[in-house]
Design a protein around this ligand. Structure first.
Ligand code: PHE
Length: 443
């Protein structure tokens, strides 16, 4: 079967960085950082990124490019008849689950972008009630979920080079430009310094076992590793793409955007004087107040700032959802030999149905629970606490211990190969194994 390819090295890096930079950076990172000890959290998070999550990313790159196959097929090529293929199936299952609940939040973002640009959002007075009524409604969020999935679908169905690569090359620079403009706005607000200090002051007294676990979970989620997303993308990398420098670039871009998101949000929040610890509602409830207050005297600016902010969130979500969709589409397309368009349509339909179940768990299905959790929380739990760490552990162990050493060294083609082998074989599996067990025990 004819396989797609990324046409350029920069396209390959931008698509992978697009997968990594997402709601995890802009929605989740600042909240985690704010409530878990500021710079102390950032420090632990960076250790997790470079010692645990980046090795998994490089291992995924190795598996993907060496096999030139989807995440299930790759183990059939590289380790035929061995049970590693289970890790591939876990990745595809995780792809469906993550895309379903992620698209619900992305759908809210689409609605907020729309409401911001048309002026509706900024004319509200009670953003808490606005948000809670919106997410509890059975129809409204489902429509935006569908619209968002259709956007994702159109890019994936168009193909690797003409769809994923082309749109990543357009959306990632736009995203980075919006980040810069918003930082400019934020840093010039009164009291911006207090916000920066809040984020950067290391408070080691807050560092508990749970904080370390959160930092590791955040590192995995934000870099999209452990479920074969980047292995799937790497199966489209050309031979010229250097895996180690590419992984370093992706980690650097992802970390910079996460820290930049903090620099956008905290100065703004402190300049208005609202509570910075307000959890996941920060982006959908607290920030609209901030936009309204901060630019009260120049009303047009609040439309510009809020419009650009939600557009940034939307672009980030879209480049990530495309990569989740691709794990599943590539699997169906190559395994069942269906056309790419039909495979993508099947994925979109399944994720829509599962996404509606997640969306309803904020409203009429609030009381429908499995293991004490609604569908949204359940899908989040199963992927972030279970499938991603376990997948990461298996991926590193496979490349460190079982995959042909010459093949691995050839793919890595780096002076750091011996160090990387130690990370794959020992550091990452042991570190991840500890998170995984603690993570399960603490629930
Ligand atoms: N990395 C993405 C984010 O930060 C989320 C993601 C997870 C994407 C898993 C693909 C796979 O939002």
């Amino acid at each position: 079967m004819e396989r797609g390819n990324f046409g350029s090295k920069i396209g390959a890096v931008l698509a992978s960085a697009g997968s990594a930079v997402g709601l995890g950076n802009i929605w989740r990172f600042p909240t985690e950082c704010g409530s878990n000890g500021g710079a102390a959290f950032i420090l632990i998070y960076l250790l997790c990124v470079f010692l645990l999550a980046m090795p998994v990313m490089i291992a995924e790159f190795v598996i993907g490019r060496a096999s030139r196959s989807n995440t299930v097929g790759s183990y059939r090529v590289l380790a035929p008849g061995k049970p590693w293929v289970v890790s591939g199936f876990m990745g595809v299952a995780a792809g469906f689950l993550v895309l379903s609940f992620y698209s619900v939040v992305a759908g809210w973002t689409l609605d907020y972008t729309f409401e911001s640009l048309t002026g509706g959002l900024m004319s509200e007075t009670d953003f808490g009630a606005f948000f809670n009524d919106f997410v509890a409604d059975p129809w409204h969020p489902a429509i935006f979920l569908l619209l968002f999935l259709l956007l994702t679908h159109c890019v994936v169905a168009t193909g690797v080079e003409k769809g994923i690569e082309r749109y990543s090359k357009i959306m990632m620079p736009m995203l980075l430009a919006i980040v810069l403009v918003l930082i400019g706005f934020s840093l010039t607000m009164p009291n911006a310094g207090i916000g920066i200090e809040f984020m950067l002051r290391p408070d080691f007294s807050k560092v508990t076992k749970d904080v370390i676990l959160s930092a590791m979970g955040q590192a995995f989620f934000t870099l999209s590793v452990g479920i074969g997303t980047l292995a799937t993308y790497a199966s489209y990398f050309s031979k010229e793409t250097r895996l180690v420098p590419s992984a370093l670039s992706v980690c650097a871009i992802d970390t910079l955007v996460a820290v930049a998101a903090g620099f956008i949000i905290f100065p703004a929040v402190f300049s208005v004087g609202v509570d910075a610890d307000s959890g996941p509602g920060l982006v959908f409830i607290t920030l609209p107040y901030v936009f309204q207050e901060a630019f009260g005297s120049v009303p047009v600016l609040k439309y510009v700032f809020s419009g650009l902010f939600y557009l940034l969130l939307l672009l980030a979500a879209l480049t990530s959802s495309i990569s989740m969709h691709e794990i599943c589409t590539a699997y169906i397309h190559e395994t069942f030999r269906l056309s790419r368009r039909l495979s993508a349509a099947i994925v979109t339909c399944i994720c829509f149905v599962m996404g509606v179940a997640c969306s309803l768990s904020f409203g009429i299905w609030k009381d429908v629970t499995v293991m004490g959790m609604g569908f949204f929380d359940l899908f989040d739990f199963v992927t972030a606490k279970f499938l991603m760490p376990l997948g990461g552990l298996l991926i590193c162990t496979f490349v460190g211990w079982d995959m042909n050493k010459k093949l691995v060294a050839g793919e890595l083609d780096s002076t750091f190969t011996p160090l990387l082998m130690v990370l794959f074989s020992w550091v990452a599996p042991i570190g991840i194994g500890i998170i995984f067990i603690y993570g399960l025990m603490s629930n």
